[in-house]
Every structure is written in structure tokens, then in C-alpha cells.
Write a protein that binds this ligand. Sequence first.
Ligand code: NAI
Length: 246
Amino acid sequence: MNLSNKTCLVTGGSRGIGRSICLELAKSGANVIVNYFSNERAAAEVVAEIERLGKKAIKYKADVSCLEQVSTMVDDAYSEFGKIDVLVNNAGINKDGLLLRMTENHWDKVIDTNLKGIFNSSKACVKYMVKQKKGKIVNISSIVGIYGNAGQANYAAAKAGIIGFTKSLAKELGSRGITVNAVAPGFIETDMTLSLLKKNTGIEHKIPLKRVGVPEDVANAVVFLSSEKADYITGQILAIDGGLTL
Ligand code: NAI
């Protein structure tokens, strides 16, 4: 995949799937804005790795749930790079619990970060993409957003919301040369799923491809959807789950 000289913004890029997306985009030739929330050192390490690949990268602290912070980040990134070709909405959290025990705060936090966050960064980037008459947005949903999961009503609602958002925006922005797609990962080994995977030993036997996913499995698909090879694909939700939901 050739993303030479493309400018890509990845939210939540300092670890896990986001980190891998940053690195795979850079390996394909892109310059990357690595958004992070709190772990500046981890973000700096991602930037250093990208620079070792010969590409330009900057780290930028912003809370995706805050429109003001996100807008400032995107405006600064545009000033620095002169364009925003790709937005990857990756930042996300989970605060799991059965509905009767789920607090209002845990509902709000997950919706604000996982769903409103995507509204915020898309809104801030689309104004430049419309001007450029070109752009690609790739959202990270989840298979839980399609099938649901007990104990994750907040997370599933946000991830399902991302799917509706993706399809609506694809229709809205198609005539402007902007594609909008989402990936729906299954079980991917990251800090987010550490305890879940420990509790569910043997989960790989339920997966047709007989293994849990790694961040690169998601990143590779994101790179494809960010590239010109995917120019005629929009509004799609691609499951990356080793066949788990077949
Ligand atoms: P992770 O917890 O390792 O990474 C999440 C990233 O989002 C972190 O860098 C974190 O700092 C950042 N973040 C959280 N709140 C933020 C905020 N308010 N502003 C900016 N950044 C913020 O988790 P992982 O697994 O890498 O998840 C990445 C995405 O993939 C998430 O959207 C997650 O919901 C999704 N996903 C993960 C799956 C898995 O099995 N690991 C499965 C399906 C979806």
C-alpha cells in the first residue's frame, strides 16, 4: 500500500491498536499525528519509531471527548502539515458492568469518548477534507456494536452508534470525495482486553482461524481503507475477528 506523503491523524495512538495503526501507516509512507490522552512518554516513543522509519510525526495531547481540544489539535495539525488526508478514529475506553450496576458516569464516559469523540474529530477534520475535495475516515467500531454483549451496554451502544454514524457520513460526504468506513475488531490482544482474555482462556478454539487477533491485524485493514486502493469503498463495516462472528 502506498501512502507516501499522506498526512494521517490517529486518535489514541500511543498504545495498543492505535499505536500499531500509526506504525503501519508510517511504514506505508505516511506522516502521522499521534493523538494521545495521558501517556506522553508512550506517544513520544511512537513518534521516535516513526522518525526512525524516515517519516514525520508529532504527538498531540487532546481529550477526544472535548470538541474544543480536538478542534485546536486538528487546526494545529493542518497548519503544520498543510493537509489532513486520513483520520483514524481509534480512541476508546470500556467501563463494563451489568445495567443494574452501571453508573450514569460510566454510561456518559463511554458514550462521550467512544461516540462523541468520533463526532468531534470528524467534524474538525471534515472542514479541511471538504476544502481538499478528498479525504478518508476510518472508524474503529467493534463486533460488539453489531451483536451486543452482556455487561457492555454502554460500549455496545457507542460502537453501534459508530456504525450508523459511518454509514450516514459516507452518504453525506461521498460527493465531496471523502470515504468513510469502519472496522469491527473481535478479540484483539491489547491492554483493554488483558483481563477479559485471562478470564476466557481457550477463546481461540471458538475462532475459526484458531487465534486471538493482534493489533497489526486491525492496522493492516485500516491502512488498506486509508489508501487509494480503497477509493471505491465507502460506508462499509469490515469485521476483523478471525471469523468469530460467522
Ligand atoms: P487501549 O486501551 O490499549 O487503547 C485505547 C487508546 O485510546 C489509548 O491510547 C487511550 O489513551 C486512548 N484514549 C482513551 N480515552 C481517550 C480520550 N478521551 N482522548 C484521547 N485518547 C483516548 O485499547 P485498544 O484495544 O488498543 O483499543 C483501540 C480501539 O479499538 C478502541 O476504540 C476499542 O474500543 C477498539 N476495539 C478493541 C478491541 C480489542 O479486542 N482490543 C475489539 C474491538 C474494538
